[in-house]
Design a protein around this ligand. Structure first.
Ligand code: ARG
Length: 473
């Protein structure tokens, strides 16, 4: 047990209390951010003349040494300290004596942890965005290859109308594009620096908060010190956005699982991304997709947990907020893992064009087009609907599809049909006639693909504030 705050206490903390209170086992995850924040703080103290030039240099060098040793594995973050902040400070005091003791001038662990968590999450947002971008690139590559791969589109999991694989995957492209937009949005909204908020009421030192904000790549300092230390909105927003990412991945996983089933066989998952059964030798299971679907609950859980933790907290800092870390870290790592694995699975998956096309052909997915044919020949839509209903019933009885009927058979049900009906209900026509933007027709799809390519060529990060990002180098 090593604490920063023994002064006003007359008794040692009970060991169980110490363990319950300590956070180092999980907040050591952001040791880099803690050190980066400390360097920015020290630089600012030096610039303001609160530390001498010598003290400033000594502290910065010592923090960098600490970092090097931790990363080289020669220094271990010891759990005998309460949290990562105490560990870093104690190490500096051990090395620099009184100079080390000056590090915490004008700072509280409350604004320190608020900063560390914010820096950590900000970096994770960029990494999530990058993984989403990779996934979008993978989806777009498949889309380009499959603008003419016909498959049934479903409603109620019943075959509805023919679409193409490009069109189907294009829906996921849109979802994940929105996921990325959410990342951007959160980044921009959260990018204000809480350092300098102190414990809750700022400090009496002449800190230059804009300077530290700039050193750390923020748009500026946060404007209320009580909010600065107790705001976790950005984390809630991020967990919410991650929950949406998982909801999308889970839906996609569900489709992959169905498509990979023996009944559908629309896709074959690569051996590298499937697993076997310990008893049934024939099995090749879509475990990755199932796990992604299954892990969604964990991420939702983290969001619910933090929302609940925050809902009863009066201003400003309260220890409840230490609970923002473990589940959030777990959720973030989970989503990143799922995105990486799903992208790998997708990019190696084989799409069985023939199976998809045959399935689209044998599910009356062209029934609406047969009705439209009648409408175009003057039959009111409701009557056309009834006529095609009879045709479907007839086909089910004979176990054939509409295209397999002869003109005589069709004419018996409605004399309006002529030879050109076969062209009108062919899969190619059904898809190719759907040419409005957003529809599966090839020309429309190609327009959309070009727009998506243009979107992927842009880099929103270019507009972020110039960040030295050099503090730890
Ligand atoms: N470990 C604490 C946390 O994660 C750091 C802040 C401690 N502040 C305090 N007033 N006890 O929230």
């Amino acid at each position: 047990m090593a604490q920063l705050w023994g002064g006003r206490f007359t008794k040692e903390t009970d060991q169980l209390v110490y363990n319950f209170n300590a956070s180092i086992s999980f907040d050591k995850k952001f040791y880099r951010q803690d050190m980066e924040g400390s360097i920015a703080h020290v630089k600012m103290l030096g610039k303001q003349g609160i530390l001498t030039g010598q003290e400033t240099e000594a502290l910065i060098t010592a923090v960098k040494d600490l970092l090097d040793e931790i990363e080289a594995g020669t220094l271990e973050i010891s759990h005998e300290y309460e949290d990562i902040h105490s560990f870093v400070e104690a190490a500096l005091i051990e090395r620099l004596g009184d100079t080390g003791k000056k590090l915490h001038t004008g700072r509280s662990r409350n604004d320190q942890v608020a900063l560390d968590m914010r820096l950590y999450v900000r970096q994770e947002i960029l990494e999530t965005d990058e993984l989403l971008e990779k996934m979008l690139n993978t989806i777009l590559t498949i889309m380009k290859d499959h603008v003419d791969t016909f498959m049934p589109g479903f409603t109620h999991l019943q075959k509805a109308q023919p679409v193409t694989l490009a069109h189907h995957l294009g829906a996921y492209f849109e979802m994940m594009k929105r996921d990325r937009l959410r990342m951007q949005d959160i980044y921009r909204r959260m990018n204000y620096c809480p350092l300098g908020s102190g414990a809750l009421a700022g400090t009496t030192y002449d800190l230059d908060r804009s300077y530290t904000a700039k050193l750390l790549g923020f748009d500026g300092p946060s404007l209320n010190s009580m909010d600065g230390v107790s705001d976790r909105d950005y984390l809630i927003e991020y967990l919410s956005a991650l929950s949406t990412v998982m909801m999308h991945l889970s839906r996609f996983s569900e489709e992959v699982i169905i498509w990979n089933s023996n009944e559908y066989q629309f896709v074959e998952i690569d051996d590298a991304y499937s697993t076997g059964s310990s008893i049934m030798p024939q099995k090749k299971n879509p475990d990755i997709a199932e796990l992604v679907r299954g892990k969604t609950g964990r991420v939702y859980g983290a969001l619910m947990s933090l929302l609940t933790t925050m809902k009863g907290i009066p201003l400003a800092y309260n220890k409840d907020m230490q609970e923002d870390k473990e589940l959030a870290f777990d959720a973030i790592d989970t989503v990143k893992g799922c995105l990486a694995l799903f992208t790998g699975m997708l990019s190696t998956m084989k799409f069985q064009k023939d199976k998809m096309e045959a399935s689209a052909k044998h599910g009356f997915t062209n029934a609406t087009d047969a009705a439209d044919y009648l409408v175009n020949h003057g039959v009111p839509f409701r009557d056309a609907h009834g006529i095609v209903g009879q045709i479907v019933l007839y086909c089910i009885g004979k176990n054939i599809s509409i295209d397999d009927m002869s003109l005589e058979e069709l004419k018996k049900i409605s004399p309006v049909f002529e030879e050109d009906i076969f062209e009108a209900v062919s899969m190619k026509t059904c898809v190719e006639k759907r040419l409005t933007i957003g529809a599966p027709g090839q020309a429309a799809m190609r327009t959309v693909i070009a727009l998506e390519e243009e979107y992927l060529s842009q880099d929103w990060k270019k507009e972020l504030p110039d960040w030295e990002g050099e503090l730890l180098k």
